[in-house]
Design a protein around this ligand. Structure first.
Ligand code: C2E
Ligand code: MG
Ligand code: MG
Length: 708
């Protein structure tokens, strides 16, 4: 704050200055940032008055310029600008207007400087220009700034024009305000101009799904931007491509959206690649059918649909019956051809809404959706069986194969995808067991059986370790004198705190899981040791018969393996007999016979068990190096009521004897049966009539008692 005394002083000072206007103007001019001048309208712009700002602006002192003493203003003006300066001033003079020009001067030290000059001409009474008065200011800084701006503008334009990405500005209603050449190129137009005149409504002309534009606008409203917004659009030629947009809203100061701007990238290649990868991951490469992953997805979707609309769906598990055999014997190419043929036949059978999946190997799944009646499923499955059983040409030969199908239905059999599949698989298993080439519906009973199987399998894994297995012996007697001359070793399993489980239940499971090898070894060991004990105990040999299951029989190096066990246990091989069931003889008869020979070579006896159940072997029987035929108990069972069986029994005994084999009948329960068997010349018998299978001590007591 100025004190009153100071204020007084200032007022005095001002009054003084106002009194002397000349003084005030001088001072004003001296302090002005620029040059005040008065010059003649001649070719030098001869200065007659120059303010002291001259020094700062031009580097020359006012004295240097006055009357062109050192240099003229024309001289100072940049040679390139002289003409235009003169023209503009002349124009203004002619029009009696003020002039207002920007141009360059060269300062005393040679520096270039942009100036802004405003002035006016002074005319005499005859309207002749006598002088020009004006003011010149340094605008270099402003010019630099403008230049920088324009440079930037050029740079950005260049980025805009040369970008690989499309760049756009569009109105809210979907018209282009601006776009770069890349965008025109992406959309297949000759030029930006072309595109902007062609594309007048993005929503309807550009997006394949017009809803995308609504979504775009909705996101813009919501977030003020979109990121990696991927859509399909039409190019000018109608081709559909994928683009990714990144865009934002541009608003005015009042916050109103003026337009959208953003970039467009053509991502068609990436999308195609992704689609390929996706296809590869979800389809089987051989058949092109959906694979397991896609099945899970489709199944879940179908379940959701069925749940919402209260419809049903069927999952059918299809397994080819002879695929492994064909693949192994004809080679993989033939196997592939077969799978392709089957997949084509299956696909042709179902409706478009249904799905055929290759799970892997020779397993397929058919998903039937929206089924009204089970009839439809049954009908379709019959057609599947029929289609698959049509002949296939492989390596120039005609083959016929069949399949086994298991079906589960949503929602009756399960409501969860994995359970539906599992149940269909269980039912398929049942179809296999029911002789193949058929289909089975899942039932809860089937599930109970399966549960039990799983339970048995789990416990069976530890049975040998926990010493839960026992061997029972069932005597075989000479039919003439009732003398015990042999015993069949029959396994029993007593799981911890459980009741005894019959081998008929657990042996098939042991077979399937491979546990039979370990269990079989235990049986061989135990029975061989026992045979040794019997010999010592009875003073005469007792032939111990050991059952060899099909999987055991197929084990590589079986004879060698058994020979080792026999040696280790000290048993005499001639008192060991191996019972091989007729069903072991699969397709490869050659291998079957050579294995029999290998076994024979180690000195053991061989018997065909359950003889008569697989008629196929009759023709080959003469080639088997065996000692005994063991007639299947089915022929003996209830012989009294089944006279037809007596003819078969007779035929088998005759056949056996003709081949020089002993014939034994098992399952003999009645005296009638025994008498009949004796009458037709059967050699030995085994059955409840004489004894059930019993513990080893009981067996030994029985033999000793009978001897004495
Ligand atoms: P398999 O070898 O045909 O054995 C004969 C089956 O008939 C035995 O059943 C036996 O107890 C039964 N049996 C004997 N006499 C009579 C009779 O008079 N009436 C009736 N109804 N049945 C009689 P088991 O012991 O239940 O064995 C069943 C099957 O399990 C055997 O049939 C055999 O294939 C298999 N098996 C038993 N033990 C073993 C073993 O240690 N290893 C292998 N791999 N399989 C075995
Ligand atoms: Mg047997
Ligand atoms: Mg048998």
């Amino acid at each position: 704050m100025n004190r009153p005394a100071d204020t007084q002083k200032i007022n005095d000072h001002l009054r003084l200055r106002l009194q002397d206007r000349g003084l005030m103007l001088d001072s004003l001019m001296d302090n002005l940032d620029g040059l005040v001048y008065c010059c003649l309208p001649d070719e030098h712009w001869t200065m007659v008055f120059v303010s002291s700002g001259c020094k700062q602006l031009t580097g020359y002192s006012p004295q240097d310029l006055l009357f062109n003493r050192v240099t003229s203003y024309e001289n100072i003006t940049h040679p390139d600008d002289r003409e235009s300066v003169r023209n503009k001033i002349s124009d203004a003079i002619r029009e009696h207007e003020r002039f207002n020009i920007e141009y360059r001067i060269i300062q005393a030290d040679g520096t270039l400087c942009w100036v802004w000059e405003r002035g006016v001409a002074i005319y005499d009474d005859l309207d002749v220009v006598v002088a020009i008065e004006g003011f010149i200011q340094d605008i270099s800084q402003k010019k630099d700034h403008e230049q920088a701006l324009s440079d930037a503008e050029i740079r950005y334009r260049s980025i805009f024009e040369n970008a690989i990405e499309g760049i756009f500005q569009t109105s809210l209603s979907g018209q282009y305000l601006d776009a770069n050449p890349a965008l025109a190129r992406i959309y297949g137009h000759e030029s930006v101009k072309d595109m902007m005149s062609d594309l007048v409504n993005i929503q309807t002309q550009l997006y394949v799904d017009p809803g995308r534009r609504d979504e775009f606008r909705m996101l813009m409203d919501l977030h003020g931007k979109v990121q990696n917004f991927e859509s399909q659009v039409y190019r000018k030629d109608g081709e559909i491509i994928w683009i990714s947009e990144n865009a934002r809203t541009v608003k005015n100061d009042a916050g109103e959206v003026l337009y959208y701007e953003g970039t467009v990238e053509d991502i068609t290649e990436r999308r195609t690649f992704e689609a390929q990868i996706q296809h590869q991951a979800t389809h089987d490469s051989l058949t092109g059918l959906p694979n397991r992953y896609l099945l899970e997805d489709r199944l879940q979707q179908s379940i959701n649909f069925a749940e919402r609309y209260h419809t049903r769906l069927a999952v059918a598990f299809v397994d080819l019956d002879q695929f492994k055999h064909i693949n192994d014997s004809l080679g993989h190419d033939a196997g592939d051809t077969l799978l392709l043929t089957i997949s084509e036949r299956l696909s042709a059978l179902v409706r478009d809404s249904d799905t055929v999946v290759r799970l892997g190997g020779d397993e397929f799944v058919i998903l039937l959706t929206s089924i009204q009646k089970n009839d439809y499923v049954t009908h379709t499955m019959k057609r599947v069986l029929d289609a698959i059983s049509q002949p296939v040409m492989l390596n120039g030969l005609e083959f016929r194969i069949s399949c086994s199908i298991g079906i589960s239905i949503y929602p009756e059999d399960a409501t969860q995808a994995n359970v539906l599949l599992k149940n269909a698989d269980t039912a398929m298993y049942k179809a296999k067991q029911s002789g193949r080439n058929n289909f089975q519906y899942y039932t809860h009973k089937l599930n109970a059986i399966l549960q039990e199987r799983m339970d048995i399998e789990r416990k069976l894994r530890n049975a040998t370790k926990r010493e839960e297995l026992i061997l029972y012996y069932q005597p075989k007697v000479d039919i003439e004198d009732n003398r015990v001359n042999g015993a069949e070793a029959l396994i029993r399993w007593v799981p911890e705190a459980g009741t005894m489980i019959s081998p008929a239940r657990f042996i098939p499971i042991a077979e399937e899981t491979g546990l039979i090898e370990e269990i079989g070894d235990w049986v061989l060991n135990t029975a061989c040791l026992q045979s040794h004990v019997f010999l010592k105990k009875f003073g005469r040999p007792i032939l111990v018969s050991i059952n060899i299951s099909p999987r055991q029989f197929q084990r590589k190096g079986l004879a060698q393996h058994i020979a080792e066990i026999i040696t280790r246990t000290g048993a005499d091989p001639q008192y060991i007999e191996l019972e091989i069931t007729e069903s072991t003889l699969a397709d490869d008869i050659g291998t079957f016979i050579s294995t029999l020979h290998e076994l024979k070579a180690i000195g053991v006896k061989l018997a065909i068990d359950d003889f008569g159940t697989g008629y196929s072997s009759m023709t080959y029987l003469k080639d088997f190096p065996i000692d005994r035929l063991k007639i299947d108990q089915g022929f003996v069972y209830n012989l009294e009521q089944t006279p037809a069986n007596s003819a078969i029994l007779k035929a088998i005994v005759t056949l056996g004897h003709n081949l020089g084999l002993k014939v034994i009948a098992e399952g003999v329960e009645t005296e009638f049966q025994r008498d009949f068997l004796r009458d037709i010349g059967c050699d030995e018998l085994q059955g409840y009539l004489f004894s059930k299978p019993i513990e080893v001590n009981d067996f030994m007591n029985l033999v000793l008692k009978a001897t004495h």
